[in-house]
Ligand binder design. Structure first.
Ligand SMILES: Nc1ncnc2c1ncn2[C@@H]1O[C@H](COP(=O)(O)OP(=O)(O)O)[C@@H](O)[C@H]1O
Ligand SMILES: [Mg+2]
Length: 378
């Protein structure tokens, strides 16, 4: 286990036995473990808590601090003449029965505006697309209706999800933002069949977004152009996730402004989510993004929340540069580091196979880290 993860576990532990029950989770048969990870996410808890609760219920003791549940478990196994390896799956299956898939609260949907999560950083290759996609999948897996907007003309997100980019430039999101589109935006929405309990819908990219800044320069109140364009479809969703291009231009102003806290919306409900890497170049890019956010805030008089940072492609074996950079990100405090994602093959494999990571490798560490990230986003 990586040091960063150990630290994260220790932080969560607070005497609850996070490490003990994480180890127990890893001992479950593969399919059962995957199912448990998904179901735990649907209930908004970490898998280790689900396993601890399962074992506690199996033993008939309250799910309290780890050591006592662990002791009770050993005693109960001995009494029943079972090994812990046999008893664990049995306890997990009972937990499934007691914790069915929660109903999706559809009733609140029409009244609440969709939450907006804008994933941005003008540096390329830091993981904007990976994070946008992973977060959107984790939210859809736990039952939300999620719109994923491919706002990057390069169309990586669309390609990775196996969806063709939009050919007809008259219909594109950019044309809607510029105010000269043909037809409605809803016709462009592409539902993805991922087997999640919620819905994941993609608004694919169009090459014409390369010229978005030029077109926006002639548009009045251009900072509101993304908000105006998405207004007709937004209410259909719980969350809209925007995968931004590596740029700082007018199109980015519109994306950042789209994440503004609206009247009546709780603070830090919508906002920007910033993937960074544990290296020095990322720090410079981050400062530039902060300046842009500050300028927009001052110029437009809007409230902008920074939901957090995601330190991506983290590898402590890279030594001092990586570990000290991670510490620097963590010491910022605001915005908080919401996740540390290692460099993992499952991420690259899912991209190559054009499949969503959480359906390609639901039991992977990376999938679980995205579920944890989604939970931390609320
Ligand atoms: N945590 C990760 N582990 C492995 N590969 C990753 C990870 N995050 C991103 N990648 C890969 O790194 C490359 C750049 O990531 P991407 O999300 O496209 O960055 P951006 O959108 O910021 O340009 C992609 O090939 C992606 O598949
Ligand atoms: Mg990208």
């Amino acid at each position: 286990m990586e040091t960063a993860q150990r630290t994260a576990l220790a932080e969560q532990d607070d005497g609850t036995g996070a490490e003990t029950w994480t180890r127990a989770t890893e001992r479950l048969p593969a399919q059962l473990r995957k199912d448990l990870m998904v179901r735990a996410a649907q209930h908004g808890i970490e898998p280790w808590r689900a396993v601890r609760d399962a074992v506690a219920a199996w033993c008939g003791v309250p799910a309290q601090p780890g050591a006592r549940v662990e002791q009770a478990f050993r005693a109960e196994c001995e009494a029943r003449g079972l090994t812990t390896a046999r008893a664990l799956p049995e306890a997990a299956r009972l937990w499934f029965d007691a914790n069915p898939v929660p109903p999706v609260p559809r009733a609140r949907r029409p009244v609440r505006a969709a939450r907006r999560i804008v994933v941005c950083n003008q540096k390329g290759g830091v993981g904007k697309t990976a994070v946008s996609s992973g977060v959107a999948q984790a939210l859809a897996e736990r039952g939300e209706r999620v719109l994923l907007v491919d706002y990057d003309p390069q169309g990586h997100l669309s390609q990775q999800l196996g969806v063709p980019v939009i050919e007809d430039e008259r219909k594109s999101l950019s044309s809607h933002m510029a105010g000269d589109a043909e037809g409605g935006l809803a016709a462009l929405l592409t539902p993805l069949d991922c087997g999640f309990s919620g819905e994941l819908v993609l608004l694919p990219a169009c090459m014409d977004a390369f010229l978005l800044d030029v077109r926006l320069s002639r548009v009045r109140s251009r900072e509101n152009s993304l908000e105006r364009a998405l207004a007709s479809v937004e209410h259909e969703f719980d969350t809209v996730v925007v995968d931004c291009p590596p740029s700082l231009g007018l199109g980015m102003d519109a994306a950042i402004a789209y994440s503004r806290t609206r009247d009546g919306e709780p603070a830090a409900h919508s906002g920007v989510l910033i993937p960074v890497q544990a290296e020095d170049a990322s720090a410079t890019a981050f400062t530039m993004l902060m300046d842009q956010i500050e300028d927009l805030r001052a110029d437009l008089g809007i409230r902008l929340a920074q939901l957090g940072l995601v330190v991506n492609l983290y590898d402590s074996r890279r030594g001092y540069i990586a570990t000290s950079s991670l510490e620097k990100w963590q010491s910022l405090g605001t915005p908080p580091v919401l996740a540390v994602l290692p460099d993992r093959k499952e991420q690259r494999e899912a991209v190559r196979l054009r499949r969503p990571l959480l359906s390609y490798a639901p039991g992977s560490e990376q999938a679980q880290l995205f579920r944890d990230l989604a939970r931390r986003l609320g």
